[in-house]
Design a protein around this ligand. Structure first.
Ligand code: HEC
Length: 496
């Protein structure tokens, strides 16, 4: 698992609201059990509407957790030697209860001005781990480890759904204020057991002090990063936008900004060897543009490392036991004759189709520096999860290019809407299955070891229906005519 489950025996807890190095408050332990830790395997046990434990049951677990400690952290100061068993566990139940709270005074209200100041201070104090854009792409070149000796990556602050303990669970109106306070608390006391330092200088020798005012500005700025992302949705439809002129040739074309973005979950392949158990990239953002003849996709994947064999900086950041492979992405479609969206839904198996339902895979690979290999696109045919993919040697209809910047890949792929070869025809008004895959090369991802999405639907909205446009006035005309008839018949009745 990444990250690993907490070891309770050391009395060391990451997410807390008590100041400095004090043990967590009971509320902190309670909240972790109740809400879980998003972005990890730890589920919430008391989430409203689907609670597995009552609040009382969760409260009763707090002393159980304290009881696992072998460092005498939770036992009262008055404890005698005979209060501990041979293994060092405290055998009574009057554990310490911490009540101190990290102070939240002098809060600076959220404003554009504060966000701007916060960004400056963030770049000074946080960039080396969280990156200029907050995506967790380390710029110090240092590999990070936690106190338990495990590899650890700074949080991608642009992905709120992966934040462990710094988002509120309260109502929407209070959400902003609660979240900003939580960010402030977290950056003030740091995350114990991890390289994330405390920025409120209360202990002597604290190397990372940030003034009280700047900490509030930074909290406002970090909050602003949450607002500029699209959250992954369950079951969205990827919708294309039509343009009259030619499609963009590059990822930097301004027109991409006007296309609505859809973010989808990526999950690791744990079904078939070789499996992936420690994914780092969990989402892909998709934008679709098309014109009369062509269709283009812009894919964005937040990835902390530009993995292309031969870039020393990223090879040094990689775990020593892993091989460096090139990053890659793919989009998959069924062959035109091998799916149905109406009247019945029929789709290929999502991993490379099956013998009755073949798929076409648009693949792009980041290449390498040493040995030198240009980034390149390729078309592959899938005919089943256990069959080798067939690369098309003489089909050059896929145009693909991509760039990594500040912790994010942006990759564009473009092809004719009707390219023959039995491939799907991108017609307007039909629901077309679409799925995605990503390989994070520095995470050892290669072959079947990668993340992927399930099938979603792609739709190119049909052109405005002329009959409907004319239908509306015609309907109104009919209504007027019928009203007229009613009036006439009323008149007649009165006259009789
Ligand atoms: C030396 C590296 C380092 C520095 C410097 C650093 N962080 Fe972090 N930060 C981390 C790591 C590692 C984590 C993930 C720890 C974990 O939860 O396991 C993290 C996590 C976080 C989180 C996520 C909390 C959550 O609930 O998921 C926030 C917010 C955060 N950092 C903000 C900041 C801010 C703001 C600064 C600058 C004032 C900063 N960090 C400086 C390494 C760092």
């Amino acid at each position: 698992m990444y990250p690993k489950p907490r070891d309770f025996s050391l009395g060391l807890f990451k997410y807390k609201t008590s100041p400095g190095t004090l043990l967590p408050r009971d509320e902190d332990l309670f909240n972790t059990i109740k809400q879980g830790l998003p972005g990890t395997a730890m589920p919430g046990w008391g989430i409203k509407g689907r609670a597995l434990l009552t609040d009382d049951q969760i409260h009763s677990l707090v002393p159980v957790i304290k009881g696992f400690d072998i460092t005498q952290a939770w036992s009262p100061e008055s404890a005698e030697d005979e209060d501990f068993d041979d293994d060092g566990f405290y055998i009574k139940t009057d554990f310490q209860i911490i009540t101190d709270n990290e102070p939240l005074n002098s809060q600076v209200p959220y404003s554009d001005d504060s966000v701007t100041k916060g960004k400056e201070a963030f770049i000074k104090s946080c960039k080396e781990c969280h990156g200029v854009a907050g995506r967790g792409n380390i710029t110090s070149g240092k590999k990070l480890e936690d106190d338990w000796g495990n590899r650890i990556w700074p949080r991608d602050l642009t992905k709120p759904w992966t934040w462990r303990a710094t988002q509120s669970s309260v109502s929407a109106e209070q959400e902003q204020d609660e979240t900003i306070k939580a960010i402030y608390t977290r950056l003030s006391i740091g995350i114990p057991g991890t390289p994330m330092p405390a920025h409120r200088a209360i202990e002597e020798g604290n190397k990372d002090p940030v003034s009280l005012e700047d900490r509030w500005h930074i909290a406002n700025y970090v909050y602003s990063l949450r607002l500029n992302t699209t959250q992954p949705e369950d079951g969205p439809v990827v919708t294309g936008l039509k343009v009259e002129d030619s499609l963009p040739d590059s990822i930097t074309d301004d027109r991409w900004e006007q296309v609505p973005a859809t973010t989808l979950h990526l999950v690791p392949n744990i079904i078939k060897d070789e499996r992936l158990f420690t994914p780092l990239n969990d989402a892909i953002t998709v934008r679709t543009l098309y014109n009369q003849n062509e269709i283009a996709f812009l894919l964005e994947v937040n990835d902390r490392t530009e993995s292309r064999p031969g870039i020393d900086y990223f090879t040094d950041l990689q775990d020593a036991n892993l091989e460096m492979y090139p990053d890659a992405v793919a989009i998959q479609f069924p062959h035109q004759e091998d799916y149905m969206s109406a009247p019945m839904v029929e789709k290929p198996l999502y991993r490379h189709g099956d013998n009755k339902h073949n798929t076409t895979i648009w693949y792009w690979n980041a290449g390498g520096v040493d040995p030198a290999r240009e980034p390149a696109g390729a078309l592959l045919d899938g005919s089943g999860p256990d069959k080798k993919l067939a690369m098309r040697m003489d089909d050059n209809s896929l145009a693909a290019n991509g760039t990594w910047k500040e912790g994010q890949w942006r990759i564009m792929m473009k092809r004719p809407r009707d390219s023959g070869n039995g491939d799907v025809v991108f017609s307007e008004g039909t629901f077309i299955p679409i799925s995605f895959a990503n390989w994070d090369g520095s995470n050892g991802e290669m072959g079947s070891k990668h993340t992927l999405s399930t099938w979603y639907w792609l739709v190119l909205p049909p052109e405005t229906d002329k009959i409907k446009v004319y239908g509306l006035p015609a309907g109104i005309a009919l209504l007027v005519f019928m009203l007229g008839l009613m009036l006439v018949s009323n008149q007649r009745r009165k006259n009789h």
